[in-house]
Design a binder for this molecule. Structure first.
Ligand SMILES: Nc1ncnc2c1ncn2[C@@H]1O[C@H](COP(=O)(O)OP(=O)(O)O)[C@@H](O)[C@H]1O
Ligand SMILES: [Mg+2]
Length: 678
């Protein structure tokens, strides 16, 4: 209680000391206090706002890293190490606002703002961890990691600036937003009852809070660690190095201005050029043959399947490079993980880009640009323009008669208008259509692909559709459709790729061996692991290559891959724990070992293993109880292992729950397999 007394004294509000003590309010519950609570305690409005701000500063400076008085975590086993993107938002000028407004009106304002934040955050699948007066703490990457968490956070921030600005409340509102990404421990439950929350420990929340503090009104400020994950997806302004309280050394900060207009995610994320193509000669040849056939009027479809990072986009880029200088029309469509439910999102984005819309274009300018675009494929604009203008939300005024269609009819006509456009273009010169990442497509887009693929055979069109293996395309049995699956690169090509990434400079053999081994021939993994070795100080540049900087250690998971690896595990929530235990046992483990150390009921364990096998995270040889399991990717194993707290890796938990006999056996296997050092 003395701490509270001191805290109140510091704020110049010692008059409340007694009332706080009477109500058992100590430092531990301070962060849970709401405006309502303080009001009930009889704290005046001005003082309430000051207190809430001070509480926020207190908690943001060390969200749950917190005060010694913080309660003991209740379920320590749930805590995890994971990469997280943390976002702080704050309402600008709320103190002034509350001085101006009647408290009841202020309450309404804050309520509308909170709701707006909650809705926007949930649209991007973020997690509102805590409201602190007008500040909100938000996580991206917890409870579920996404491969694009950093991007989601920034998109949410930009959307929030806009949405909050549009709120219809007494006064126009503005926000400040800070975003930072890093490794944290998340998940200890702190507090109790309603106030219970998942605390986060690490520097990242502090950094996000500090960046929010320096953000100008209506801007989103991101940390260097976040920026590195964003490529060119956004237009960023370098704010230079900043000295931030509680952060060691100057921190580089960037203001995210808006989403960039780059056509492709692949290109936006590869700003410093592509690694020269390694291998894939046969695949390139096949694509060129299909193109040659399509050009003669025998339209073709190639379904390009392969896991994330295997090189689908790279192969497509290689084809585009090969066709430079050849007359053809290129139509590119990109599905996005943030728009899986947004009808015809890839087509809308394609039309907007192709028409050359600019941010500040007025409606009639957009309409003119759309007309010009559609005129390239058809001479009859009377139907196409109003249909597609409606899709792009451009009002047509009295230039076209109103449509008055049922939703079903409207959809049919929209799809037809799109198709007619492609056919019109193909009548003039061959068309190459690329649909990327169709595993993220919305249902209407898939319907439009059904129609397109049926129409293709007699047109000069090659359609390339890329997707991950979890998507099963319904089009495989058509005669003009070819399925092409990309497999992992063989060892020799892995080494070639490493050399390309280092720009020809040789890495020490033990490093090359590790990269070749741990990346399992997935080009994305090879690229990122090699870059992280070169940039991470494990090696030092010499006159003719690189030399080890110190003793060889196992390579860490590159930060650029961490979230996406974890996302694969998070999708399988109940089976995840089994993956973690398996990961601690090694790349391969037996059914006997895992049942000995997991201490789980057999049925539950087998179900979990079956799910992991089904999701292709692990392979199984033999049948339980004599089965052997192997992680498909060493890096997924690493990611699963990395989530365990160090304390749990040593894992009294594993041993405590087992009988002595089992314990001995598992201890033995534990030693043999010897988990990797931290
Ligand atoms: N055959 C290859 N040669 C060189 N680099 C490659 C090759 N395949 C993929 N890459 C690189 O690996 C990364 C992942 O490939 P990408 O095409 O984005 O995978 P996908 O589209 O299948 O997810 C990219 O940076 C890409 O340039
Ligand atoms: Mg791709």
């Amino acid at each position: 209680m003395q701490q509270i007394a001191n805290w109140l004294k510091k704020l110049g509000m010692s008059e409340y000391t007694e009332r706080f003590a009477e109500n058992d309010i100590d430092m531990a519950v301070l962060p849970d206090l709401t405006d309502e609570h303080l009001k009930n305690l009889g704290v005046s409005l001005g003082h309430r706002l000051k207190m809430l701000r001070a509480i926020r500063d207190l908690s943001s400076a060390s969200v749950a890293a917190t005060a010694p008085a913080a309660p003991e975590p209740t379920r320590q086993d749930d805590a995890e190490r994971r990469p997280l993107t943390v976002m702080f938002t704050d309402l600008v000028g709320s103190t002034a606002l509350s001085a101006k407004l009647d408290p009841e009106d202020m309450r309404f304002v804050i309520g509308a703002y909170h709701q707006c934040v909650a809705e926007t955050v949930s649209r991007f699948d973020g997690f509102v961890a805590k409201y602190m007066g007008d500040g909100v703490l938000i996580y991206f990457g917890y409870p579920h990691a996404h491969e694009d968490d950093a991007e989601r956070a920034v998109r949410t921030g930009l959307a929030l600036v806009e949405a909050v600005g549009k709120l219809r409340v007494q006064e126009p509102l503005q926000v400040r937003i800070g975003v930072a990404t890093g490794l944290v421990v998340v998940g200890d439950l702190v507090g109790s009852g309603e106030a219970q929350e998942r605390g986060v420990v690490g520097e990242t929340p502090n950094l996000a809070a500090r960046l929010q503090g320096i953000a100008a009104a209506n801007t989103v400020v991101v940390a260097e660690g976040t920026r590195r994950l964003l490529g060119n997806l956004f237009e960023l302004e370098d704010l230079g190095p900043k000295d931030l309280r509680g952060i060691a050394g100057p921190a580089r900060a960037w203001a995210a201005l808006r989403a960039s207009t780059m056509e492709s995610r692949f290109e936006a994320l590869h700003t410093s050029g592509l690694t020269a193509l390694v291998g894939r000669e046969e695949e390139t040849e096949l694509l060129l043959r299909r193109w040659a056939r399509a050009k003669t009027g025998e339209g073709q479809v190639v379904l390009l399947s392969g896991e994330a990072g295997i090189g689908k986009s790279r192969l497509t880029a290689a084809l585009l490079e090969r066709l430079v200088g050849e007359p053809h029309t290129r139509l590119r469509y990109f599905c996005s993980p943030q728009h899986t439910d947004s009808a015809l999102y890839p087509s809308i984005a394609q039309l907007e880009r192709a028409a050359g819309f600019r941010r500040d274009d007025a409606d009639d300018q957009r309409l003119k640009k759309l007309e010009a675009l559609l005129a390239q494929g058809t001479s009859d604009l009377s139907e196409a323009v109003p249909m597609l203008a409606e899709l792009l939300l451009i009002p047509t005024g009295d230039r076209y008669p109103p449509l008055n269609l049922t939703p079903q009819k409207r959809k049919e006509k929209t799809l037809k208008a799109q198709l007619a456009q492609v056919e019109g273009l193909a009548a003039q010169q061959p068309v190459l259509m690329v649909w990327e990442d169709v595993h993220w497509s919305d249902p209407t887009t898939r319907e439009s692909l059904d129609l397109l693929i049926d129409r293709v055979p007699r047109r000069r069109v090659l359609v390339i559709i890329t997707f991950r293996p979890e998507f099963s395309p319904p089009w495989v049995d058509r005669p003009h459709v070819t399925l092409l699956s990309l497999s992992r690169l063989p060892t020799k090509q892995r080494v070639d790729m490493i050399t390309h990434v280092t720009g020809g400079k040789a890495l020490p053999k033990e490093i090359i061996d590790q990269i070749v081994d741990r990346t399992d021939g997935v080009p994305l993994f090879i690229e990122e692991l090699t870059k992280s070795v070169v940039e991470g100080g494990i090696v030092t540049e010499t006159a003719n290559g690189y030399a080890m900087s110190g003793p060889a250690t196992p390579l860490a998971i590159p930060t650029t891959l961490h979230a996406s690896l974890l996302a694969r595990l998070d999708r399988l929530a109940p089976a995840r724990e089994v993956a973690q235990i398996g990961a601690a046992l090694g790349r391969s483990f037996s059914h006997e070992q895992i049942s000995a150390v997991s201490g789980m009921p057999l049925q539950q364990l087998d179900d979990a293993l079956a799910r992991l096998v089904h999701a292709e995270l692990i392979f199984r040889r033999g049948t339980p109880p004599h089965a052997e399991y192997t992680f498909k990717h060493a890096l997924v194993q690493d990611a699963a292992y990395s989530t365990l707290l160090r304390s749990r890796r040593k894992s009294e938990r594993f041993w405590r729950s087992n009988s002595r006999r089992r314990q001995k056996r598992s201890l033995k296997c534990w030693r043999i397999i010897s988990p990797k050092p931290e």
